[in-house]
Design a protein around this ligand. Structure first.
Ligand code: THU
Length: 157
């Protein structure tokens, strides 16, 4: 018998102003994408912006449904949009932000479990890790260099 340990390192910035120009623009893209969310049920608007390796930026937001499970997460929307518009093109960085009608947006959120699985599949099919940039409308920003680090022992076929 042996034990294996899993760990990863991520960077913490005090605020978006500490980011370089490209990351800062992408995070602002995710922040403004929250305005396109359709979230009448949760009132929690999520925005995502992906910078592709061809230089294009694709944005998405959560789209809810009265039948709750039919709702779409912002990350899923942006991954499907990127893959549909630019098939085979890898994502370099995915920024995620949110606007919460019930409270402040001053700390990062992380993608839900299903989105982590979708992001992992995207990394696998394009053969390139996706950097994750996570931040609210203000406050700390977290940078994870490889999104799939958030889903250890993920299911794979
Ligand atoms: N949501 C996302 O868009 N991404 C996530 O990673 C987690 C949750 C959405 C789903 C729902 O519309 C709202 O946030 C509240 O859960």
């Amino acid at each position: 018998m042996q034990n294996k340990e899993y760990s990863f390192i991520f960077a913490i910035y005090d605020h978006g102003g500490e980011l370089g120009d490209s990351d800062s623009q992408l995070l602002n893209g995710a922040r403004s994408a929250t305005r396109q969310a359709y979230a009448p049920y949760s009132r929690f608007r999520v925005g995502a912006a992906a910078k592709l390796t061809n230089g294009e930026i694709v944005r998405g937001s959560n789209q809810e449904n009265a039948a709750f499970p039919a709702g779409l997460c912002a990350e899923g929307v942006v991954l499907a949009t990127a893959a549909s518009l630019y098939p085979g093109v890898a994502i370099e960085t995915l920024a995620i932000s949110y606007d919460d009608e019930r409270g402040p947006s001053n700390k990062p959120i992380t993608p839900c479990g299903i989105c982590r699985q979708s992001i992992k599949e995207f990394e696998r099919k394009t053969g390139q890790p996706i950097r994750l940039l996570l931040g609210g409308l203000e406050g700390q920003v977290w940078l994870v260099e490889k999104a799939s680090m958030l889903l250890p022992l993920a299911f794979e076929l």
